[in-house]
Design a protein around this ligand. Structure first.
Ligand code: SF4
Length: 278
């Protein structure tokens, strides 16, 4: 039988923003418990469970006690939620990723310079809800509603930080049909580009790609969709999710982690494959 090759794709581990939010949380937990969060800090159920065991309580803003300590997520938080917390005199620790703040700044800047904004993003994603809470009504539409955008006026374009890079040319081709005065700010974050790019570059060289990350993670879902377009692929949260019988014939395997997946989870999967196929 041919020797098998199992590789872990670089970049690995949580992206800069998620890693930073986790560090902030661990520091706060050393001196304060419980610590409240409005929703999971990162899109990885395993990590979130571990944090809950250490004293994190996930709660809607209305149920947080007066003066409670609240950590806000890396993806950003809508202004109206911040206002509710302000009225409760909550001790707010905002762990928003600086690249998400950059997206907010650039979106406002484009509107302030008189451009109508096209937001290329999932309207329901937490990052997008936070973004639009900072923007004036009637000055933007989502790309999926491009037909509702005014024609022939200056346009600005921003992207969800985890938007799929490979789709950008087609998106821009569509947007150029409504105006020829367009300013595009590339707000897709380098962590996203790096992870997607590695699959584009080497995906077809592997006979199996294992994408590891939370089932509620949008960026992990995109990695899985991309992996499937090149070769056989699965999307799992942990090594126990693997059906050993279905993987034993693969010899050339790439393991890819989402932006919220700790390195240890990838190593667990790596060791599992080693055990089953070698
Ligand atoms: S994916 Fe990028 S923008 Fe989103 S939290 Fe991570 S580093 Fe920040």
């Amino acid at each position: 039988m041919t020797a098998s090759k199992i590789a872990i794709a670089f970049p690995t581990g949580p992206c800069f923003g998620v890693g930073r939010a986790l560090d902030v949380t661990k520091e706060v937990l050393k001196r304060k418990r419980p610590v409240y969060m409005l929703h999971p800090l990162i899109h990885n159920p395993r990590v979130v469970r571990e944090l809950q065991q250490q004293g994190v309580v996930i709660s809607p803003p209305e149920d947080i006690p007066e003066g409670g300590t609240v950590i806000l997520s890396a993806h950003g938080t809508p202004l109206e939620i911040k206002n509710i917390l302000g009225k409760k005199r909550a001790n707010i620790i905002d762990a928003v990723c600086p690249l998400v703040e950059h997206l907010h700044r650039k979106a406002k800047e484009l509107i302030d310079e008189g451009r109508f904004l096209i937001i290329v993003a999932d309207p329901h994603h937490q990052e997008t809800l936070a973004l639009v809470s900072h923007l004036p009504n009637g000055k933007y539409v989502f790309y999926k509603d491009l037909d509702k955008a005014p024609r022939g006026i200056p346009i600005g374009v921003v992207f969800q930080t985890t938007y799929e890079y490979a789709k950008v040319p087609d998106v821009l081709k569509d947007i150029y049909t409504i105006s020829d005065d367009i300013r595009i700010v590339n707000t897709i974050c380098p962590a996203t580009r790096g992870r997607q790019g590695v699959i584009d570059r080497v995906g077809s060289k592997y006979d199996f790609i294992v994408v590891v990350g939370g089932k509620n993670s949008a960026n992990t879902k995109r990695l899985y969709e991309k992996a499937k377009s090149y070769t056989a692929a699965i999307w799992i949260e942990k090594a126990d999710d693997i059906d050993d019988e279905s993987i034993k014939d693969y010899r050339n395997i790439l393991i890819v982690g989402g932006a919220s997946t700790p390195v240890e989870h990838l190593i667990e999967v790596y060791l599992h494959f080693k055990k089953v196929i070698q």
